[in-house]
Design a binder for this molecule. Structure first.
Ligand SMILES: *[C@@H]1O[C@H](CO)[C@@H](O)[C@H](O)[C@H]1NC(C)=O
Ligand SMILES: *[C@@H]1O[C@H](CO)[C@@H](O)[C@H](O)[C@H]1NC(C)=O
Ligand SMILES: *[C@@H]1O[C@H](CO)[C@@H](O)[C@H](O)[C@H]1NC(C)=O
Ligand SMILES: *[C@@H]1O[C@H](CO)[C@@H](O)[C@H](O)[C@H]1NC(C)=O
Ligand SMILES: *[C@@H]1O[C@H](CO)[C@@H](O)[C@H](O)[C@H]1NC(C)=O
Ligand SMILES: *[C@@H]1O[C@H](CO)[C@@H](O)[C@H](O)[C@H]1NC(C)=O
Ligand SMILES: *[C@@H]1O[C@H](CO)[C@@H](O)[C@H](O)[C@H]1NC(C)=O
Ligand SMILES: *[C@@H]1O[C@H](CO)[C@@H](O)[C@H](O)[C@H]1NC(C)=O
Length: 313
């Protein structure tokens, strides 16, 4: 029972600080401050007005007093059975969702595996946070979500909701969140073909692999690029493509002549030659002028340049 003694000591220290530090805390009763030992001093006035059940703090209490304090609130005061049930359900589904998420972290299967879990969790959270009234005309929103400074349920749900939003899973699953949508299924089929091909040829010399899996890989890559443009990607697909690309170019050291590099090279080399073209043309231009001044009739091969000059002058 050393734990209880420790708790009691802590309680005494807190009470001392509490009554020494705050003159206006005289009205705060023992039960009040004991039930909220970690409450910030700035919040105490709110807490002290809520419940004043036991009269004064008695120093010589036995350890069970601590436990009694925790259950001394009449629980029908503000927290109904309906809300308790909602809270229990929330906890159950929260645990289920987290249990799904953690194994789905690597390789990422968050959207494929855990969308139904998110769906049921958000359903119960919606019931908690909505203004809808329960059987006894009570709303659980205020009592569960914002009765205290910590707002635990709100924080817990917020962190999982952030994960869900960051994963972009909405893009990959059906609207009722039951499973992958058709675009995703098609992508997964191509992915399966590519990986199956890799598996088949991965032994030994990789030249064969590069040759035989090129079409499958290219098809997958093109589909992915298209989906990227359409913004229909989610973390599962991004991660799988990331890994496939890494396998292809790093592990197997294959290369793919990428079409988009050809225009890039063309444009860059054109840019490189632009200064040369500029100086050349200005040189020709001045040369032209000289010739025109001296022998205007002989400059037939440069008619186009002359035309321009004519228009300018
Ligand atoms: C204590 O509470 C009573 C009634 O609730 C009030 O009249 C009194 O001013 C309070 N005392 C302090 C120090 O806040
Ligand atoms: C949430 O509310 C809807 C509509 O009232 C209801 O059908 C559903 O059963 C509720 N879900 C939970 C988990 O209470
Ligand atoms: C709930 O409220 C409605 C209308 O406000 C009322 O008709 C009904 O009797 C109330 N039910 C309970 C259980 O208080
Ligand atoms: C997805 O595919 C299924 C079966 O091929 C089809 O019945 C369904 O209509 C498709 N859904 C969409 C949105 O295209
Ligand atoms: C590809 O799909 C087949 C049949 O659905 C399955 O047996 C196989 O394990 C899959 N391969 C990979 C690499 O997922
Ligand atoms: C792989 O095999 C090809 C012929 O099948 C050969 O030309 C090449 O040198 C081999 N490469 C390596 C790294 O063994
Ligand atoms: C992108 O969207 C267009 C038009 O909505 C569609 O025709 C095309 O198939 C989509 N591409 C992919 C890769 O989903
Ligand atoms: C792809 O992999 C790299 C390194 O492994 C990582 O930094 C990057 O965030 C990944 N990209 C995506 C979209 O997951």
């Amino acid at each position: 029972m050393s734990l209880h003694r420790y708790n009691l000591g802590l309680l005494l220290i807190i009470l001392n600080i509490y009554s020494l530090g705050l003159i206006d805390a005289l009205n705060a009763t023992a039960s009040d401050s004991a039930a909220n030992p970690l409450q910030a001093p700035s919040d105490h006035s709110h807490g002290s007005s809520a419940v004043v059940s036991s009269p004064v703090y008695k120093p010589a209490v036995d350890s069970s007093y601590w436990i009694n304090l925790l259950s001394s609130f009449p629980d029908d005061l503000e927290f109904s059975e309906y809300c308790t049930e909602l809270l229990r359900l929330f906890g159950q589904r929260y645990v289920a969702f987290v249990n799904c998420l953690v194994p789905a972290a690597r390789p990422v299967r968050v959207c494929q595996n855990c969308s139904p879990g998110y769906s049921s969790l958000s359903e119960v959270f919606l019931n908690i946070s909505s203004d809808k009234l329960g059987p006894a005309n009570e709303s659980c929103r205020d009592s569960i979500l914002r009765s205290d400074r910590l707002m635990l349920v709100f924080l817990l749900y917020g962190s999982l909701d952030t994960i869900w939003k960051k994963s972009n899973c909405k893009q990959c699953v059906t609207t009722d969140l039951t499973g992958p949508n058709n675009d995703t299924l098609y992508y997964l089929t191509l992915l399966n073909q590519t990986i199956t091909c890799f598996e088949k040829y991965k032994e030994g010399n990789h030249t064969e692999l590069c040759k035989n899996c090129k079409n499958a890989y290219k098809g997958l890559n093109d589909l992915y690029s298209g989906m990227e443009k359409n913004s229909t990607l989610c973390i599962d697909l991004e991660d799988s493509m990331n890994m496939t690309r890494k396998l292809w170019s790093k592990n197997f050291a294959c290369s793919l002549p990428r079409e988009e590099t050809i225009p890039v090279i063309a444009v860059s080399s054109f840019m490189l030659f632009l200064p040369i073209i500029f100086y050349l043309s200005s040189f020709l231009h001045s040369e032209q002028k000289k010739r025109k001044l001296i022998h205007p009739k002989r400059a037939k091969s440069h008619t186009s340049l002359m035309n321009i000059q004519d228009k300018q002058s």
